[in-house]
Design a protein around this ligand. Structure first.
Ligand code: OGA
Ligand code: ZN
Ligand code: ZN
Length: 379
């Protein structure tokens, strides 16, 4: 949520040591450091209006920078700087404090079953508000189903192109999930697939995964889904040493057949610089014995077993049976997916899948926020 809406009103500015204090119409007072303000100047000398590329090099902001004068003018903050007389203007929304996005409020378990966000391909194709809602749900919950998608070869790429670009890999622009006589992946068999994330044997791991259902088996073939951030946080609370072990020791993943020999190492629980879970990497089919020494070896296996018990716990899972026309779109760095087995001798089941990067989802959301004037999604 943005704290400040587009109509936020700036009333006054006053010096406060090496900061400026801003007084807002709703009674709040906030402060901004002067060097931060100088760095944020968007005048034509500092930023190119067309490309938004910066002429200003942050390293060239002088050490003896000071405010010569500051006032509120036509609702904007206007500053003249010492020592060079440079002039800056700031729209109030550029100065508003933002609460950083916190996806942790949206953790889910089996409770999501009855409210998996669904959207319609037809609708999101023609209505930017529906597109923004769909992508906002994808960002916030990590899973959505897009229905009534045309039953056509390669259509999954058209879905990706609603917001971004297909991220092509050795499996092509899109891959066929269908029972094959020479499967290079157990996904291309009718076997049950344990909960996993895709392609941990590459770096970076694909961000968003799309699975378009063209034909579904009569029996079986359901997809199980688990919020990896939720189970990781549960592990952190229940068994802090196991959590720390999976965050510290990298697991090895490999994918080798006649076309490639891909290998990458990722911690099963990948933390960001702030200690929050950034991603989970789980794939029983691609995992190799851990490359660790001494006590780390049994510690890793114990922690992995403990974590997988949470992954397998039905209280943390939902099940979705895709119908032809449905596209399951999910965060491959957050949400684990699995598949119930089916009988390929009596049922034809066919999905097409592809991957995209998160940055384009976020880019689209920012652009849609400007277009439709709804900032609730466009952080
Ligand atoms: C995959 C996969 C799921 C399914 O191809 O990686 O997980 O429903 N497929 O077949
Ligand atoms: Zn400037
Ligand atoms: Zn998969």
């Amino acid at each position: 949520m943005l704290w400040l809406a587009m109509d936020a009103k700036l009333l006054a500015v006053e010096p406060a040591g090496d900061r400026l204090r801003l007084r807002w119409a709703d009674g709040r007072a906030t402060e901004r450091h002067v060097v931060w303000l100088r760095d944020g100047c968007t005048c034509d000398a500092c930023v190119d209006g067309f490309s938004s590329q910066r002429h200003l090099n942050t390293a060239d902001i002088p050490d003896d920078l000071a405010v010569r004068s500051a006032k509120v003018e036509h609702g904007d903050l206007a500053i003249v700087w010492d020592p060079d007389g440079h002039e800056s203007r700031y729209a109030p929304q550029a100065l508003a404090p933002r609460e950083l996005p916190n996806g942790r409020s949206n953790l889910w378990g089996a409770d999501l079953r009855a409210r998996v966000p669904r959207a319609s391909f037809t609708e999101v194709s023609r209505d930017d508000r529906a597109l923004a809602r769909w992508l906002g749900d994808l960002r916030d919950l990590g899973v959505t189903v897009l229905g009534d998608t045309p039953n056509a070869d390669g259509q999954v790429e058209r879905v990706a192109e609603l917001y971004g670009y297909v991220h092509e890999g050795n499996d092509g622009r899109h891959f066929e999930v269908v029972s094959s006589s020479k499967p290079t992946n157990f996904a291309y068999t009718p076997k049950t697939l344990a909960l996993h994330t895709d392609r941990p044997f590459v770096d970076p791991v694909p961000g968003v995964q799309l699975l378009h259902c063209l034909a579904q088996s009569a029996e079986g073939g359901e997809n199980m889904l688990v919020d990896g951030f939720n189970v990781a946080e549960k592990l952190r609370r229940a068994d802090a040493p196991a959590f720390a072990t999976l965050a510290r020791i990298r697991a090895t993943f490999r994918n080798r057949y006649d076309q490639v020999d891909l290998m990458a190492r990722h911690p099963v629980i990948q933390l960001g610089h702030d200690g929050r879970v950034d991603a989970v990497h789980i794939n029983d089919r691609a995992m190799r014995p851990v490359e660790a020494e001494g006590a780390d070896v049994p510690a890793f296996y114990r922690a992995y077993r403990t974590f997988f018990a949470l992954v397998r716990d039905p209280a943390n899972q939902i099940t979705v049976k895709l119908r032809p026309g449905d596209v399951l779109v999910f965060d491959n760095r957050r949400v684990l997916h699995g598949r119930a087995g089916y009988d390929a001798s009596t049922s034809h089941r066919h999905l097409q899948g592809c991957y995209t990067d998160w940055c384009y989802v976020e880019s689209k959301l920012r652009m849609l926020a400007v277009e439709i004037g709804d900032w609730s999604n466009g952080r």
